[in-house]
Design a protein around this ligand. Structure first.
Ligand SMILES: Nc1nc2c(c(=O)[nH]1)N[C@H]1C(S)=C(S)[C@@H](COP(=O)(O)OP(=O)(O)OC[C@H]3O[C@@H](n4cnc5c(=O)[nH]c(N)nc54)[C@H](O)[C@@H]3O)O[C@H]1N2
Ligand SMILES: Nc1nc2c(c(=O)[nH]1)N[C@H]1C(S)=C(S)[C@@H](COP(=O)(O)OP(=O)(O)OC[C@H]3O[C@@H](n4cnc5c(=O)[nH]c(N)nc54)[C@H](O)[C@@H]3O)O[C@H]1N2
Ligand code: SF4
Ligand SMILES: [Mo]
Length: 739
């Protein structure tokens, strides 16, 4: 085939929340019979977020489209042999429908659970939430985003009345004066975003990185603060204390745009710099230097990622960083503000449209009577039939085999990625029935009664919402291999079998049209967004209400959106084009005129430091923290199947400081055991001076004996339900005897 004669399809990467734009076209030189693996990635330089740049994961993503690399037929468990064996779709879907129905009939509707994922498109997340509430009638639905963004989301809701990862386009990062980046290793987790930090410095801006490790990201910093894991809350309070003590608060901003300052101020004043130095291990002069860089800049930002958020006090911790922004007038103003770097491909949209335990589409609350009425009307059911809020993700996994006896899982691999994973695996095995829809035979699919092979990113169209709140169109570039169905087709097939012939279309655009109506008037209002508009505009930022003209719409149903200035900034997109005259331009920048609280003011929340759920002691003297490496993605289900990525990051490791290694007599590369109160993992030591001597780091991408989550502590944040992935107490043992 002549590749040049075939149009390139403009689409987006399947993996992280940067949702890099890329082009896909048939690869030159691939002959007959290579179907499914015949796409090649080309740069899409005109797309603004990544401007053509891609990381290795994105560049190699088409490899998983090959039939040999993934599932292409449903599998059902043969009860005589105990093996998963190939089956037809009718048999497989019948078995799933029957498994879910039988459990519901016998134990009640809440005995049937649903677990979703932040990688699912908006359409899938919406359909999955609707399926749980309308078809299954269960309250027991949650998703892996609980492990990802939930603390930042909860804290933003508390402070601003609205949660959108970044309240401004990522490009603003390059134009502010100072970025305080807390617990993000974006050089490895969103490599093309590093360019904005490079440009920041070229423009004379300053970068402060807070990370217990000197990561590739921290190496770029003007100032690197390396706290003991789990002490970010004390750090933020200590910085706020210094801001007050040095007279660097913005009293005018505090008076005009916030509420609750006196209590938050008093809480911060109780955290003395010397005490903060003791808790965090960061010397007072470095604290002062951070305050100086942050406050001297004409505009500044705090950006957090999973480091401070994946803690049992993650919500309060993010709240403390937001307080720092508010007290210094660094929020709700151009080029200033707090933002969270969302993680999964649709981590943002995935938490807006109803797969979260407490939530309805449009970021509405499930316990709000008006929201229930609105969504029930769109769904054609009575509001009273909608179940109430369910359990958070870990609580749901912990209830499997107990109160929840059947599970439909779509888009997650908790056997590898959930905290206290050996226990979670045991709970999954205790289920009466498990159905898994996945692209590959993941470690969790391996335990299922039925495995449904589904289509992937490049094989189906759908929308995702990136870390900036920009709604994007991921276009289909190739047909799925025979034997594979889309998640929407799966849900439609199950709904029909469970007595709902209508309401679950397979066409993503039709689902999106319904999602628009369901979200209308909600905080995350998509009603003014259409596939045609996204295609014409490089994405549309929510909220984007339908119709009514820019100035009026800019007030937004929730009062959340920026005012006239923003509407003018976006007006060029609203004149003519698919958006039509008078269309709302979308909202690249939030909060410039008012916050999304009832009184329009941002709320200070008084927070105080508390220790990690599990502190080190004589038996477990070292802190374990966990995270990611460049070449693997999440549970590794996808990236471990790509040869080049596997070669770059072939397996787990335990990163530890030379002093700790010396003390324990451990050589670089030697396999060591890491033992916590939950279990024991074994992986080679990687000796590195880039980490604190009291801390070890393990990436969590692998199953088996090197599984980091065998060790992690499932202590939950009381507000968000986030587990404490980033801190637990361990000891390190040599394999040839006790250290
Ligand atoms: N290569 C790759 N990229 C990814 C992903 C992936 O799996 N692989 N996953 C995507 C997803 S879903 C997410 S959520 C993002 C996550 O993106 P990041 O948050 O950047 O990734 P992590 O490695 O989990 O954590 C970031 C840093 O937090 C530090 N840290 C550990 N404990 C603490 C602490 O107590 N305080 C502070 N301040 N820092 C701490 C770690 O040393 C680490 O360098 O990445 C996305 N991109
Ligand atoms: N120790 C430790 N554990 C962590 C973290 C940490 O920092 N430390 N981070 C946490 C975070 S932030 C996250 S986001 C989670 C993520 O952890 P997981 O939820 O396990 O995420 P993935 O590995 O991306 O799993 C997605 C699964 O869905 C499949 N899939 C991909 N696309 C589709 C699709 O369109 N449809 C369907 N049906 N399936 C699809 C993939 O093949 C894969 O098996 O891990 C959490 N676990
Ligand atoms: S940075 Fe994220 S979205 Fe971009 S290519 Fe890499 S994995 Fe894909
Ligand atoms: Mo995540």
């Amino acid at each position: 085939m002549d590749a040049a004669s075939v149009a390139t399809v403009e689409t987006h990467c399947p993996y992280c929340a940067l949702q890099c734009g890329m082009g896909l076209r048939p690869a030159a030189g691939t002959g007959e019979g290579a179907s499914g693996s015949v796409l090649e990635v080309v740069e899409r330089t005109a797309f603004p977020v990544n401007r053509g740049a891609l990381c290795g994961k994105g560049r190699t993503a088409p490899e998983l489209l090959a039939p040999g690399a993934r599932l292409t037929t449903p599998l059902v468990r043969d009860h005589t042999t105990g093996e998963l064996v190939p089956a037809g779709w009718a048999t497989a879907l019948d078995r799933v429908a029957e498994g879910l129905r039988r459990t519901g009939a016998r134990y009640g509707r809440d005995a049937v659970g649903v677990f979703g994922g932040g990688g699912l498109t908006n359409e899938k997340a919406y359909a999955l939430g609707k399926f749980a509430r309308v078809v299954l009638g269960t309250s027991q639905i949650d998703y892996n985003g609980r492990f990802c963004m939930s603390s930042a989301a909860a804290a933003q809701h508390r402070a601003f009345g609205l949660d959108r990862g970044l309240p401004f386009p990522l490009a603003d990062v390059a134009r502010t004066g100072c970025v305080l980046l807390v617990g993000s290793n974006l050089a490895e987790t969103m490599p093309p975003a590093l360019r904005y930090l490079t440009e920041l410095k070229e423009n004379g801006g300053r970068l402060i990185v807070v990370d217990p490790r000197r990561t590739r990201t921290a190496e770029q910093a003007d100032l690197h603060l390396a706290p003991r894991p789990g002490t970010d809350l004390a750090l933020a309070l200590g910085l706020l204390h210094l801001v007050v003590a040095e007279g660097r608060t913005d009293e005018e901003f505090i008076a005009a745009r916030t509420s609750g300052w006196p209590a938050a101020r008093a809480a911060a004043m109780a955290h003395w710099p010397e005490q903060v130095e003791r808790i965090t291990g960061i010397p007072v002069p470095q604290l002062r230097e951070a305050v100086r860089l942050f406050c001297d800049a004409p505009a500044s930002m705090v950006l957090t990622a999973r480091g401070p958020e994946q803690q049992a006090k993650g919500t309060d911790t993010v709240g403390a960083w937001i307080n720092l922004c508010l007290a210094t007038g660094r929020a709700g103003r151009p080029l200033s503000g707090y933002g969270a770097l969302t993680g999964q491909g649709n981590g943002q949209g995935g938490r807006e449209h109803g797969q979260k335990a407490d939530q309805l589409p449009g970021y509405r609350r499930l316990d709000d009577p008006a929201a229930r009425r609105h969504v029930a009307a769109v769904w054609g059911v009575e509001p009273e039939t909608l179940p109430g809020p369910g359990r958070s993700a870990y609580e749901l996994l912990d209830a499997l085999g107990g109160e929840v006896r059947a599970l439909l899982l779509m888009g997650s691999n908790p056997v590898v990625s959930a905290p206290r994973a050996a226990h979670v695996e045991e709970r999954i095995r205790a289920l009466d029935f498990l159905a898994v829809a996945d692209v590959v035979r993941s470690e969790t699919a391996e335990l299922a009664d039925v495995v449904l092979p589904v289509a992937q990113w490049a094989e189906e169209t759908g929308t995702t919402t990136n870390l900036e709140g920009r709604v994007l169109l991921r276009r289909r570039a190739v047909a799925p291999p025979p034997g594979v169905r889309t998640d929407l087709e799966v849900l439609g097939g199950l709904a029909r079998r469970l007595g709902h012939a209508k309401g679950f279309p397979a066409d993503p655009e039709q689902v999106f049209e319904e999602l628009r109506r369901a979200s209308a008037g909600g905080p995350a209002d998509y009603s003014g967004i259409s596939y045609a508009r996204i295609a014409a505009e490089d994405g549309v930022f929510w909220p984007c209400p339908a119709g009514s003209g820019a100035s009026e719409a800019a007030q937004g149903a929730s009062g959340a959106v920026a005012g006239a200035s923003e509407a003018v900034a976006g007006a060029q997109t609203a004149s003519g084009g698919p958006a039509g005259p008078g269309a709302h331009p979308g909202t690249p920048r939030l909060f410039l005129d008012r916050f999304a609280t009832p009184d329009g003011r941002a709320r200070f929340v008084p927070v105080t430091h508390r220790p990690a759920d599990e502190e080190t002691d004589a038996g477990y003297p070292v802190v374990l923290t966990t995270g990611r490496v460049l070449a693997q993605y999440q549970s590794g289900a996808q990236t471990r199947r790509v040869a080049a990525l596997n070669a770059a990051a072939p397996g787990p490791f335990v990163e530890l400081h030379p002093r700790l290694a010396d003390r324990l007599g451990i050589a670089d590369g030697e396999p060591v055991a890491v033992v916590s109160r939950r279990g024991r993992a074994v992986a080679p030591a990687r000796v590195s001076a880039a980490i604190r001597p009291d801390t070890v780091f393990m990436p969590f991408h692998w199953p088996g004996e090197g599984r980091a989550n065998t060790l992690t502590n499932p202590a939950l944040d009381p507000v968000s339900g986030m587990p404490e992935f980033k801190v637990c107490a361990v000891r390190i043992e040599r394999l040839d005897g006790p250290a």
